[in-house]
Structures are given as C-alpha cells and as structure tokens.
Design a protein around this ligand. Structure first.
Ligand code: TXA
Ligand code: MG
Length: 313
C-alpha cells in the first residue's frame, strides 16, 4: 500500500510500521520510543529478537538522547559522514528499549541522507527504528516495488524513488578511543581511518561483534556461484543448463544470458540489488557472478556478493 508523506507521519505517530526510503536501502520504520511499534517491525520481517535495529535520527544533536558516550572519535565521524551511509554503534542510555537493542549495551544510530526521510524525522519529531525493509535473509530493497514484493501489499510504503547508494550503511562501533567496522558499506575503512587518524581496534574483546552478521544474508533466491575469471565462468556454463551470468563491465558469455554491472563501483552498488531482483524474477537454475576487482572501492560489494553466495542450509 502506497502512502504519502503526511499519511506516513500519521501512521508512524499511531505506532504503525511504514517502509521509508533512505539513500542506502528502504527501511521498515517504527517509532523508536514505542515498544509495541518496534515489535511490529520484528514481526513483519520475521526477524529474530536477538538482532538489534538501527535508530534513524534527524541530526547529531539527537545522539545524546540515545547514547551515553558520544566520544571525540564518534563526533568526528558524525561530522564527516552525516547525513549519510554511516551507522555508529555507541554505548546506550539506560532508557533505550531493550527490544530495539536486543539487550545489547549499545545502540546503533544513523542520520540518513534522503530528503523525504529527513523531512519525516524533522516534521514528526520522532526517531525511527528501521532495519532494511525485506523479509529476513532476503535481498534488501532499493525500490518501493521491492518492499512490496518482499513484505506484501498490506505494508505501507512511502515511495521515494530508487536508492542512490544501493547497499546498506557502513556500521562502526565506537567506544572511547576504540573503533571497529562491524559491517562494510560504501564508506571504506580507509575513509574512516583518514577521519579518525588512528587504526581500527580489531580485538573482539574491546568492542562488540554485530549479532546480525551471519554469513548468509542479502541473498537472492537463485543459487549463486562466484568466479574470479570469465574463462572459468564460461567453462562452468558449458556444463550447466539454464544459467544466467552477471559480469562486471562490458561483454557477455557465449550462449548464456548475461547481465552487466558497471565497472564503476559506485554505479555498480546502486544497481546491485535491483539487478539481483531482476535475475530472481527469471527463475534460472544458477547465477554465475564475476567477482569484482580486489580493491578498496569494491570491498563492500565483494562482501555482499560473498554473503549472497553463501550456501543455504
Ligand atoms: O543502510 C542501512 O543501514 C539500512 C537503512 C535502512 O538505514 N539499515 C539496515 O538495517 O541495513 P538492518 O537491520 O538490515 O542491518 C543493521 C545491522 C544488523 O546486522 C544489526 O545486527 C546491526 O546492524 N546492529 C544494530 N544495532 C546494533 C548494535 N547495538 N550493536 C551491534 N550491531 C547492531
Ligand atoms: Mg538487513
């Protein structure tokens, strides 16, 4: 069900869940101060109760409402990247809902860079708990149509067009002087290090691991196989009926339907999930994917492809 801005705000204020656009992927939003509303998000997504939600806020001025420690490092990162595709995991204030943070001592915060959603946050005065607006383990949605296809027509969706970044935010845990990446997005580790001016702390003992980072995630329905060369893809395709290929840049495999992703990492990220949604619709037996180059610019896309190809058990 499509809703406009006023309807979205009215529903959110009434404690309903509404899918909203962001620059990364669509989120399934609910009032972050209303446990009943938050529970609806978990139920609609079929998300396990031990996987916490990101709270979307209008500006960094609101961090103090949620976090008990907004350290210098965290402030630098907020200043450099907000509004934008960065989520900060910070020590939580005691009052923050335990359902929302899945009993973690921390809370995840993000100021999204999407005009419609910033409007909602500013006009409503709400903070919005929002995971990606897809059913558990499915592909994240980058259009309103993807949301409806995954969650059903009864879920209200505010259509804000196709998402510009296209993959989920970079999540960074910060506590005092320590920081660590929990999930890579289009903001790279190098970009964060350049702002913080100090290397990440890789020890699990200092900062939390993300409970929701199971290897299987972000998956299309079509079984996927990754290849480091087109030659190997072609050889595999010769032995396998009913496959489809996804390559980076130009070109196609012989006798195999082939889709192309841009050889520019930013453009490829923007189109990645929509391309995988299109491929799913074709109901092929196997999807052969050419791995992108091993460079910083492609690191987040490599991460998503590796998770998407992880075998379902
Ligand atoms: O770009 C994004 O981050 C999108 C848009 C909608 O903002 N949101 C998103 O949410 O990807 P979700 O729920 O699909 O992924 C959020 C990840 C999950 O893996 C969750 O476990 C982790 O963030 N997370 C949330 N709160 C956390 C916390 N307090 N500590 C550690 N990890 C946390
Ligand atoms: Mg998600």
């Amino acid at each position: 069900m499509r809703v406009n801005l006023e309807q979205a705000i009215a529903k959110l204020k009434l404690g309903e869940a509404v899918a909203i656009p962001t620059e990364t992927v669509y989120g399934l939003a609910a009032d972050a101060n209303n446990d009943q509303a938050i529970s609806k998000v978990y139920a609609i997504k079929k998300r396990s109760a031990n996987n916490p939600l990101i709270v979307h806020i209008a500006s960094s001025a609101q961090v103090a409402n949620w976090a008990s420690d907004f350290s210098t490092i965290a402030q630098k990162l907020a200043k450099a990247f907000w509004p934008g595709p960065l989520t900060l995991v910070l020590p939580a204030q005691a009052h923050v809902s335990n359902i929302l943070r899945a009993n973690q001592p921390t809370v995840a915060l993000r100021v999204p860079n999407h005009p419609t959603t910033l409007n909602i946050l500013q006009q409503s005065g709400l903070a919005l708990a929002a995971p990606s607006a897809n059913a558990h383990t499915q592909l994240s949605p980058t259009t309103a149509a993807h949301v409806t296809a995954s969650l059903g027509a009864h879920v209200p969706v505010l259509d804000g067009g196709a998402c510009k970044i296209g993959i989920e935010s970079t999540i960074v845990a910060v506590e005092g002087n320590h920081w660590r990446i929990l999930r890579l997005g289009m903001i790279s580790e190098a970009a964060i290090e350049a702002v913080v001016k100090q290397p990440a702390n890789k020890s699990d003992r200092v900062l939390p691991v993300t409970p929701g980072q199971q290897p299987l995630h972000y998956s299309p329905n079509t079984p996927m196989q990754l290849f480091s060369s087109r030659k190997a893809m072609q050889a595999f395709a010769a032995q396998q009926a009913d496959c489809i290929a996804l390559v980076i840049g130009q070109g196609r495999l012989t006798n195999v339907d082939t889709l192309c992703l841009s050889d520019n990492a930013e453009l490829a990220a923007e189109r990645l999930y929509d391309t995988l949604h299109q491929i799913d619709a074709l109901q092929k037996k196997v999807l052969l994917v050419e791995m992108p180059p091993n460079t910083v610019a492609w690191a987040a896309i490599q991460d998503r492809l590796a998770r998407a190809a992880h075998k379902k058990t």
